[in-house]
Design a protein. Structure first.
Ligand code: FEH
Ligand code: ZN
Ligand code: ZN
Length: 339
């Protein structure tokens, strides 16, 4: 991003690994909707110029001073968040809740992976062995973000409960697989696209509902009428229609996880005369990315063949086109740039 909203390919010097850092040759980097938010953000919110790309996997090229455990040729996925490392959240391993650094990360507050090379702290690397790097990269965000959200709802995701996943895109199709691999819940997939719903069925969703005026009734026919309903709803879109659907199908005592950042709002008005906007005892959370420990578990699911990203690859020079296709909603699964 060379100026606010401008994504262009320019030549920059190959970065060098400093103490504790590794120079990684980028094998693959996912194109995330959040990169569009970074591009569209008001000036001053993110450093400019900056190389975007926060969903990275690659091969170690050189290691900087004081780095142990990594050597040239190792293949790794990159945990993208860089918190302060010493606040009460970071010390507990929740760098996604860092109390000092609001949005610290590779491709966010420092140069990322939309390039042939990227320098990362060695502490952010997780070994992926011989895994295809176009599979490893999406795990670090498209896989980790829904995995973290599902972890937050683990208590509700009991055998025999239902989970509604709204939006079967880059993150949603991974969410379905993670639910299949780690729970015994009934999965209801919701999307506007029949192709996305077919993908959800192939990945193990038990029911599919096409988004539209009848979606709430169709979902209700599966999850039951109020005060029953879906025990967990993952809104992976976060637009007004999806948030409205989510709050109309969640059960009393359920859990709403707002993962998508499309700008919708969710009125939270407890029952007081007017009908409540969400049922009693229902919790609402806005998960953010995930923890490094959770990324290790996501990689284990992939290595075990239980998590596979449906990727569409683009060469580096076509990165702007990939992001425009993402903006137009033309990407099914995850767009991955291969420098
Ligand atoms: C990345 C950068 C900034 C905001 C949000 C994000 C998410 O895509 C991380 O999963
Ligand atoms: Zn992202
Ligand atoms: Zn911190």
């Amino acid at each position: 991003m060379t100026s606010p909203g401008v994504l262009e390919q320019v030549d920059v010097p190959t970065p060098e690994a400093g103490p504790g850092e590794v120079l990684l040759r980028v094998g693959a980097v996912g194109a995330c909707h959040s990169d569009l938010h970074v591009l569209d953000a008001p000036e001053g919110m993110f450093p400019i110029p900056i190389t975007l790309g926060h969903e990275i996997a690659g091969t170690v090229d050189t290691v900087g001073p004081a780095v142990d455990g990594w050597s040239p040729g190792n293949r790794a996925a990159v945990y993208g968040i860089i918190g302060c490392g010493h606040c009460r959240a970071c010390l507990r391993g929740h760098e996604n809740q860092c109390k000092l650094v609001p949005l610290g990360g590779i491709g966010i507050s420092r140069d990322g992976g939309l390039a042939e090379y990227v320098v990362v702290p060695a502490s952010r690397l997780l070994n992926v062995g011989d895994m295809d790097l176009t599979q490893a990269a999406p795990l670090t965000d498209a896989g980790l973000t829904p995995y973290h959200a599902i972890e937050l709802a683990r208590e509700k995701l009991r055998p025999g409960t239902t989970c509604v996943v709204i939006g079967i895109g880059g993150l949603g199709h991974m969410a379905v697989q993670i639910l299949v691999a780690t729970t015994a819940v009934r999965i209801v997939a919701v999307d506007t696209s029949v192709a996305a719903l077919d993908l959800a069925s192939r990945m193990g969703a038990h029911d599919v509902v096409q988004a539209g005026p009848e979606a709430v009734d169709k979902i209700r026919a599966i999850v039951g009428p109020p005060p029953d309903g879906a025990d967990v709803v993952l809104d992976v879109v976060g637009a007004q229609p999806t948030l409205d659907t989510a709050r109309q199908v969640v059960a009393t005592g359920g859990q709403l996880l707002l993962i998508g950042l499309a700008g919708g709002t969710l009125p939270v008005r407890p029952v007081a005369g007017e009908p409540p906007t969400i049922p009693l005892e229902t919790s609402v959370q806005v998960p953010f990315w995930g923890t490094q420990a959770e990324l290790q578990e996501v990689i284990a699911l992939a290595k075990g063949g239980q998590l596979h990203a449906d990727v569409q690859t683009f060469p580096l020079e076509q990165a702007p086109e990939a992001y425009e296709a993402l903006r137009r909603g033309e990407i099914h699964g995850r767009a991955v740039i291969v420098p």
